[in-house]
Design a protein. Sequence first.
Length: 108
Amino acid sequence: MVEPWDAQPAPPPPPPGPPAAQPYYVPAKTNGFAIASMVLGIIWIYWIGSILALVFGYIAKSQIEQSGGAQTGMGMAVAGIVLGWIGVGILLLFVLLIAIGSTSLTLI
């Protein structure tokens, strides 16, 4: 049996080592195509902007999905796509109204 006064002292703690690596935060970057898509969807530029908004929006959406969280801007890409389709729809309506108007003038 070991008596409490016969116990050995605890060994000293190990010397401190190098500090543990601290994780660092890398902020996600906004996709440039997403920004361009939204801006062109808003501006239209004689409907060329609407078509470019669609192209850039779909490119941005694809790049953002493939980035695995390194890029943001999905909302801007979707907004550009929606505004682009609205612009293309208005263009088609405009062409249809002109076609109807020009055929009704020739029938008179």
